[in-house]
Design a protein around this ligand. Structure first.
Ligand code: NDP
Length: 239
């Protein structure tokens, strides 16, 4: 039985990833800031899912949680989202700096902290997957910049852990429906245009992303590392 850590595993994509590994018989730890959300997800996903309340931007909390886990076979850095959605537009340079730091903290620093903290607990054959975004390629202010930075950091990470038999990749989703990501900011017109932009003419699902993550953690993907893998229905093709 593997031990799988999914940050932000209480909702959306993270919850679906947790579900996929739990269904395969793995022990799954899910983190997030809301205890009630995590507890409900753990109850609904079954006995092998353990909730741990953690703000991923907190280095001390992250160190404490990592120290409590003896072995990690799969780390999924999924926590994040566009923190600009929760706030009015910045009016001053100070507010702009705060807004940028919120997105960098939430998406980039949280992944760097958790990865650094659990790496000593990872052995040969382990896997790190970080959830990026199509926004890194299309551009989306500080959110897109944070996701682009994750892809660059992942290359360095993959190089550092490669000789230990550990892989590190980014899975970069396009538009994924049925998560809390967009809050209430997605109009029907925008939603339809995102679906129309995909070659598949449908929204992605959390299960689409879970499937890619599950494959990367499988024995079939041990030579696959240092990559950013787009799962976006062809909305943004790569070579
Ligand atoms: P959700 O909002 O449903 O999931 C985000 C999860 O991250 C929540 O469970 C949230 O829990 C957790 N989280 C956010 N900030 C923190 C934090 N500081 N510390 C700990 N946990 C945190 O949206 P998605 O499932 O859609 O998003 C998952 C990932 O996919 C994100 O990284 C997002 O950027 C990425 N993504 C999503 C796309 C989409 O179209 N939906 C497209 C491309 C990328 P809590 O609030 O309780 O802490």
């Amino acid at each position: 039985m593997r031990t799988v850590v999914v940050t932000g595993g209480g909702t959306g994509i993270g919850r679906s990833i947790a579900d996929r590994f739990a269904a395969a018989g793995d022990e799954v730890i899910i983190t997030g800031r809301r205890a009630a959300v995590l507890d409900q997800a753990a109850r609904e996903l079954g006995g092998a899912v353990r909730p741990i309340v953690l703000d991923g931007t907190d280095p001390i909390g992250t160190a404490t949680v990592a120290a409590s886990i003896s072995k990690v076979d799969v780390l999924v850095n999924n926590a994040g989202g566009n923190t600009d959605f929760d706030r009015p537009a910045p009016q001053t340079l100070s507010e702009l700096a705060q807004a940028w730091r919120r997105n960098l903290d939430s998406n980039l620093i949280s992944a760097v902290l958790m990865t650094t903290a659990v790496l000593p607990h990872m052995e040969e054959g382990s896997t790190i997957v970080t959830i990026g975004s199509i926004a890194a390629d299309k551009g989306a202010g500080s959110y897109g910049a944070a996701k682009a930075a994750l892809a660059s950091w992942n290359v360095d990470l993959a190089r550092a852990v490669g000789q230990r038999g550990i892989t590190a990749n980014v899975v970069s989703p396009g538009y994924i429906a049925d998560t809390e990501f967009f809050r209430d900011v997605l109009t029907t017109e925008r939603r339809n245009s995102l679906i129309d932009a995909a070659m598949t003419k449908r929204a992605g699902t959390p299960e689409d992303i879970a499937g890619a993550v599950f494959f990367l953690a499988s024995g079939s993907a041990r030579q696959l590392t240092g990559q950013t893998i787009a799962v976006n229905g062809g909305e943004w093709p790569s070579r």
